[in-house]
Design a protein around this ligand. Structure first.
Ligand code: OGA
Ligand code: MN
Length: 276
């Protein structure tokens, strides 16, 4: 199948045209998609209509699926499917329903985060609720050599309080919230490139630095990551399939009018423990 790869911004992201993801893709087409994913970090496929099973089948080509573990006590449509939605149905309830979402990397508060997250838009509001992506290779590369050497051996604690602070960090984090310490700079296991691996929503502090020094450094790193020239903004259309490399990107979203329905079907692929 002849597919076309069209970059979506100078920062990251590419649209893949000429493919129907319901089909069982031949090896060559799949490897072109996988190569484009490594190169552009975020892939967008417009106009898709995948059933849950078809979405699971496509995502599974990238590796073993990660069971949902982020939303305790919520019933999901399928153990591997999370509905990112402000809609509630009889047998499932949407999660991360409304509001702005600060930049983050999925599951960085676990020892082994997912490597790929894929959202399929089933319903979208008429405006807003955009998802923004950061290129964390570029963020790392833009740091001064002084900062690069300061952070080379550092680690940071990542924590996520799903009940109290799911989309914006503002209140106290519960002592029960899942947390894990990872390097501030990681190396992507497939590309070998360095990644700035901290974020506003989930990184709590840098280990071993004084409170003020640590906060100032973390603020500098987070502000660097969120520089507009490292960002691609995805404006959703129904039928979009968007998949990102969660090891070298951050994502966040803008708020939207909660009286409109928004429903994104999400599956994720298991990753590996981030390493320096
Ligand atoms: C996610 C997520 C953002 C959005 O599914 O992990 O952060 O735009 N979603 O809803
Ligand atoms: Mn997320």
């Amino acid at each position: 199948m002849a597919i076309a790869v069209e970059p979506l911004s100078d920062a990251l992201g590419a649209e893949i045209a000429g493919v129907d993801l319901r089909q069982d893709l031949d090896g060559e087409t799949f490897s072109r998609i996988a190569d484009a994913w490594r190169e552009h970090l975020v892939l967008v496929f417009r106009g898709q209509r995948l059933s849950t099973e078809e979405q699971i089948a496509f995502a599974s080509r990238f590796g073993e699926l990660q069971e949902v573990r982020t939303a305790p006590g919520v019933s999901h449509a399928n153990p591997f499917v999370m509905m990112v939605s402000n809609v509630e149905e009889e047998d499932w309830k949407g999660v991360l329903p409304d509001g702005e979402m600060q930049f983050h990397s999925d599951q960085c508060y676990y020892e082994v985060p997912c490597k790929l997250t894929m959202l399929h838009a089933l319903e979208v509001p008429p405006a807003d609720g955009d998802t923004l992506f950061v290129n964390c290779y570029s963020a790392y590369e833009s740091l001064t050599s002084e900062i690069k050497s300061d952070i080379a051996g550092l680690e940071a604690l990542n924590v996520y309080d799903y009940d109290a602070n799911a989309t914006i960090r503002e209140m106290e984090i519960s002592p029960d919230a899942p947390r894990f310490t990872h390097p501030v700079v990681t190396t992507h296991p497939e590309t070998g490139r360095k990644v700035l691996y901290v974020n506003r929503l989930m990184t709590d502090h840098i280990v071993g630095l004084g409170r003020e020094e640590g906060r100032a450094l973390l603020d500098t790193l987070i502000e660097t990551a969120e520089r507009p020239d490292f960002i691609y903004t995805h404006v959703w259309r129904v039928g979009d399939v968007v998949m990102w490399d969660n090891r070298c990107t951050l994502h966040g979203r803008t708020g939207f009018d909660p009286s409109h329905r928004r429903m994104l079907r999400r599956v994720a692929v298991k990753g590996e423990r981030p390493s320096r």
